[in-house]
Design a protein around this ligand. Structure first.
Ligand code: FAD
Length: 487
């Protein structure tokens, strides 16, 4: 997108604002939107060449666009399973790239329209703090604010892995911008971005080696879920190494060589590929903000420390999104921005973000989606809970879709059957998990959900099986409890 000089100056006669958003991405833009709707005089400062924020430009939207194309391709390539003959399904990378560019321009255009609507003063510059109430732009202009939100997002991190800085490594930005099929790629890391984009690369035709330090990929999820995904990846010929320690990364004649200890097999392994993709995580983008001048504290991981209202160590300075975490997830960045703005504007009756409703989706195939508390959380808290799960390879709709990986697991408390969490690994898990988000927010029980109608044959109706099993467990629990009381 070209820079439009008209975007630069709007509503900027006086440089004092009630609320200033540093960053116009998911957290900053939504904070500004709410503050403006509450009648405040608002400025947004964003130094990006192309406005729109990470989610739209280089995160969720481009990655999901490409992953969807890769999924369609994958289905076409296994057409025989469905009784179809599809002679030569392959990625047309130029067309795939062009489609992504077109869609992202459309999404970003909408955001740019909102940013330039005149409801906010928009400063297209990087900024840094001069004191707790003043920021300075690149051209020396100073803005004063009564309240601020720090929402400058995150950048790909480069951990101290031997040799990593000596070679050229892609970040997710590079993978999302590919217009050709790379011959081979070594992916470092086993987090969400690593897994999603490894599968994309493999499906478009690259040879992929994924090297992960932890014993499982997606280490923040249950080992059970990771094992299903690991199997799915291996079935697609992604060469997957877990439980490793990288000892050396070096340039090779036709690319890069990575040497690592394969701890489970007790051997040293070297893999070579044309390209290296550093997917080892992201870190808060705070360099150059001069947070010390504002008196804002960060934690050991470098994230801005916030309280439950998103206030930093300086109560008039708020933070939201990837700069503070604890999860790099867009709907949370939006919620944090909105909450910060409402709190800053003195709105009564607001509530902090309820982290017991944490919703997370990994857009691999099969997808992995979780909501609420995990079994490991409950075990760590010593809280009693019931679980039940049901596999997709025994469910009519998923079987006819040849979508046999994974399961649905429901977690509930034992006395009433209130649902505490759910984990779905399988086809469209990211959609299915929303069967639980309303009920969890409304503190529903398994009995409430079983009263709801479930259409046949759908993927969603699989959820009734673990619900029924938990309902039975709750009844048994109650019977045991009442006989204990009678004794
Ligand atoms: C490949 C990838 C895929 C992802 N997929 C998903 C997904 O499917 N679902 C999901 O929930 N999350 C996903 N995420 C994470 C999600 O994109 C982020 O959590 C979210 O976009 C962060 O929003 P933010 O407002 O914190 O930051 P951003 O949207 O990055 O906004 C920060 C803004 O601050 C500006 N800025 C930076 N420094 C300064 C400065 N000094 N002065 C002024 N402006 C500045 C930047 O230009 C930028 O516009 C993905 C991330 C990646 C990398």
């Amino acid at each position: 997108m070209t820079r439009n000089p008209k975007l630069r100056i709007q509503n900027r006669a006086s440089r004092r604002y009630d609320f200033i958003a540093l960053g116009g991405g998911s957290a900053g833009f939504n904070a500004a939107r709410v503050a403006a709707s509450l009648g405040r005089r608002v400025a947004i400062v964003d130094g990006a060449r192309d406005l729109g924020g990470l989610c739209i430009r280089r995160g969720c939207m481009p990655s999901k666009t490409l992953l969807y194309s890769a999924e369609v391709l994958h289905q076409a390539q296994r057409g025989r399973l469905f009784g179809l003959t599809i002679p030569r399904a392959a990625a047309d990378m130029k067309a795939l790239h062009a489609r992504k560019v077109r869609l992202i321009a459309d999404f970003a255009g909408h955001r740019v329209q909102q940013l330039t609507s005149g409801r906010y003063a928009l400063y297209r510059s990087h900024a840094h703090f001069v004191d707790p109430h003043t920021v300075e732009l690149a051209d020396g202009t100073r803005l004063q604010g009564r309240r601020f939100i720090i929402a400058t997002g995150s950048v790909a991190s480069v951990p101290p892995v031997p040799g990593l800085t000596d070679v050229t490594a892609w970040t997710s930005d590079d993978v999302l911008d590919l217009a050709v099929v790379p011959k081979s790629v070594i992916v470092l890391g086993g987090g969400i971005v690593a897994c999603e984009l490894s599968q994309f690369l493999r499906r478009i035709g690259a040879r992929v080696v994924l090297i992960q330090r932890s014993p499982h990929i997606l280490r923040d999820h249950s080992p059970e879920a990771s094992v299903v995904l690991q199997q799915a990846f291996r079935d697609e010929d992604i060469e997957l190494f877990t439980d490793t320690r990288i000892t050396r990364i070096a340039g090779a004649a036709d690319g890069v060589a990575v040497t690592f200890e394969d701890r489970a097999a007790r051997r040293t392994v070297t893999r070579r590929a044309r390209h290296l993709f550093n997917a080892l995580g992201r870190e808060p983008n705070l360099a150059g903000l001069e947070l010390a001048a504002a008196g804002v504290k960060t934690d050991r991981a470098g994230r801005v420390v916030v309280n439950r209202w998103q206030q930093t160590s300086q109560p008039h300075l708020y933070a939201g999104g990837d700069v503070c975490g604890p999860h790099d997830i867009v709907h949370l960045a939006v919620a944090q921005g909105e909450l910060a703005a409402r709190h800053a504007c003195g709105v009564a009756g607001i509530a902090p973000i309820d982290h017991s409703l944490l919703l997370n989706v990994v857009f691999t195939d099969p997808q992995l989606a979780t909501i609420g508390l995990r079994v490991s959380d409950l075990a760590a808290q010593g809280r009693r809970h019931l679980t039940a799960s049901y596999p997709f390879n025994d469910h009519g709709k998923s079987m006819l879709m040849e979508a046999n990986y994974g399961y649905v697991k429901v977690i509930a408390e034992p006395s009433r059957g209130r649902i505490l969490g759910a984990e779905i690994v399988g086809k469209d898990a990211g959609e299915l998990i929303h069967c639980f988000s309303g009920p969890l927010a409304m503190r529903a029980t398994v009995f409430d959900l079983l009263r709801a109608p479930w259409y046949h044959p759908t993927l969603a109706e699989i959820i009734t099986y673990p619900l029924e099993e938990i309902a039975e467990q709750v009844k048994r629990w109650r019977r045991r409890d009442s006989s204990r009381l009678r004794e």
